[in-house]
Structure formats: C-alpha cells, structure tokens
Design a protein around this ligand. Structure first.
Ligand code: GRG
Length: 293
C-alpha cells in the first residue's frame, strides 16, 4: 500500500472516529446504564471501519461533503456492530472474541448482548429517521441502507448462512450468502453518496459493492483457514469446525486464491469506468487483497 493510501485511510478513520465518539457520548447513554455501556463497549472496541471509510471516500469522488454523509456512516457502523454482537452469540456463530477482545455476551451476558444489538439497530434507525426531515434524497439514502441491512439484505444472508450449515456445497447458495450477508452493507456504503449526487454511477457503484463484498468475504474465508488470531482478533478455523458453507469448502484453497485475483480485477475494471480521482478506491481493492499477506 502506498504512503498516500495509508495517510488517507487514517484521515478518514480519525475523522469518522471523532464523530462516532461524539455520537456515543451524546446519544448512547441510557437508564439502566448497563444498556448504554454494553452498546458503547462494542461500538468503541475498534475495528477497521471499512464501511464508513468507503462512504467518505466515494463521497469525495462524487462530490458529496462528508458532513452530509456522517450520520449515514454512523448509522451503518451501528448496524454492522449490532450484527457482529448477534453473530457472536452461542446460537449463531458462537465466538468468544471480537476485535481482539471478549465478545459482548462474554462481558455482559447473552440477554444483555441481545439487547445491546437491538439497541444499536434501533438507534441507527432513529438517526436515519432524523435525517429524513432534510429532503427527499435523505429519505432515499436512509431507505437504501435499511433495505441493505434488512430481510432482503444482511438478515437474509445470515438466515441462509444458518440454513446451509452442513448442507451439501452449492454455488448459488454461497453466492446468495456472500451477496447478502457481506456485500449488502458494503454496497450501502458505496451507493449512499451517489444517492445525493443525482444517482450518477448508481449501477456501477452497486456492482462495485457486490464485487468488493465478494472479495472481502473470500479473503475472510481464506483467513479463517490460514489467518492468525493476533491479526484478525477473532477465532480461527470455525467455518470448517461448524461445517459452514464457505468458498474454501466449495472450491478448495488454491482455487480461492485464484478467485481473489479475478474478483479483484473485476473491482478495478468497474473503477476504471468512473471519472475523478479513484486512486484511493483502487488501492482499497489491493488493501482487501493484502489481508492475505
Ligand atoms: C446477526 C443479523 C445478523 C447478521 C450477522 C455480519 C454478520 C451477519 C456476520 C458476521 C460474520 C461474518 C463473517 C460476516 C461477513 C462480513 C464480515 C467479514 C464482517 C466482519 O467485518 P469487518 O472485518 O469487522 O469489517 P471490523 O471488526 O473490522 O468492523
């Protein structure tokens, strides 16, 4: 990765984190206190913040100011965090660690973890609703995010992930899980700015979100076999132990690595069709690939 990319990533990340911390201080305090504490625990645990960073970066390309995007970026990160809390629960993926620290339910117990996830989803919707008073395009952006997160999006992907556990490998099912569980929130991140920009590049950015989401999940599946806890901050080897339908199970490790290059090229081809300085997005694709070392 170039020095410019690292600096730009850090700049987006710091800008976002300051806004997120402010939001947490002002809006995630509750009675009883444990509810707010458990929500803030997971939100402020760190994480790469790839979705907010992507949203701000695409905003720069299509000319949408970051102040306009920040509430949407925060809402998206709250939704992402709720999904991780619920995913870590024993009845879902049963993971004791997240972002290198004990999972929410290991610290606060399962009941409180369910409520922390519910509270974050609800807070995200409240934040999105508060933006809708500003105009029609704010309503469209809010609805797009809700749909990506909802029953025709991430929740459907997670439902399929549970359903096809231990089922025989099937490419259509795998693609459905990748597109919905993983790509939909990434799509929401890259498409939201163009909703504020007269929907120029809407189709291209939707495709870019799908390809990048696929690439991200592919690298995640490979890392579940070859990665290290110290790099990933979560347990390794769980997909195979639980009989998950994963790309590694379907194609094998070697073909997965070839697919990483193919899908990465697909991402870059889409970016080539956009005007403006897309160097950050270009390097972002390589950043996802570089997770494999
Ligand atoms: C429980 C409704 C519900 C959905 C859960 C997000 C999810 C769906 C499951 C988490 C497990 C998983 C492998 C999801 C695919 C997307 C993914 C790799 C999430 C991890 O996202 P990162 O790497 O995490 O952006 P950080 O910690 O950096 O924010």
């Amino acid at each position: 990765m170039s020095k410019q990319f690292d600096e730009k990533y850090a700049e987006y990340l710091n800008y976002f984190n300051v806004e997120l911390e402010k939001y947490c201080r002002e809006s995630l305090t509750t009675k009883p206190e444990i509810l707010g504490e458990s929500m803030r625990y997971s939100v402020l645990l760190g994480g790469k913040r790839i979705r907010p960073v992507l949203m701000l970066a695409v905003g720069d390309i299509v000319g949408v100011p970051r102040e306009k995007l920040i509430p949407f970026a925060i809402a998206l990160e709250l939704i992402h965090t709720y999904s991780l809390i619920h995913d870590d629960l024993p009845e879902m993926d049963d993971d004791d660690y997240r972002r290198g620290k004990p999972s929410n339910h290991k610290v606060y117990g399962q009941g409180n973890a369910v409520l922390a996830g519910d509270g974050l989803l609800n807070s995200a919707y409240s934040l999105l609703f508060s933006q809708c008073f500003n105009g029609k395009e704010y309503v469209s952006a809010a609805k797009y995010i809700c749909d990506c997160a909802g029953i025709a999006g991430m929740i459907a992907g997670q439902s399929a992930d549970l359903l096809y556990e231990k089922a025989s490998s099937d490419e259509d099912n795998l693609n459905f899980i990748y597109e919905n569980k993983t790509a939909k929130l990434i799509k929401a991140a890259v498409v939201t700015p163009c909703i504020f920009n007269g929907v120029e590049y809407f189709g291209q950015l939707q495709s870019f979100g799908s390809y990048l989401g696929y690439l991200f999940q592919l690298t995640d599946d490979i890392l579940d076999v070859c990665g290290k806890f110290s790099d990933l901050g979560k347990s390794i080897g769980k997909d195979e132990a639980e009989g998950k339908l994963s790309a590694v199970r379907l194609y094998g490790l070697d073909e997965c690595k070839l697919r990483v290059d193919m899908v990465g090229d697909g991402c870059l081809k889409i970016i080539d069709g956009l005007n403006g300085d897309c160097s950050f997005l270009y390097e972002f694709v390589n950043f996802v690939k570089s997770r494999l070392g």
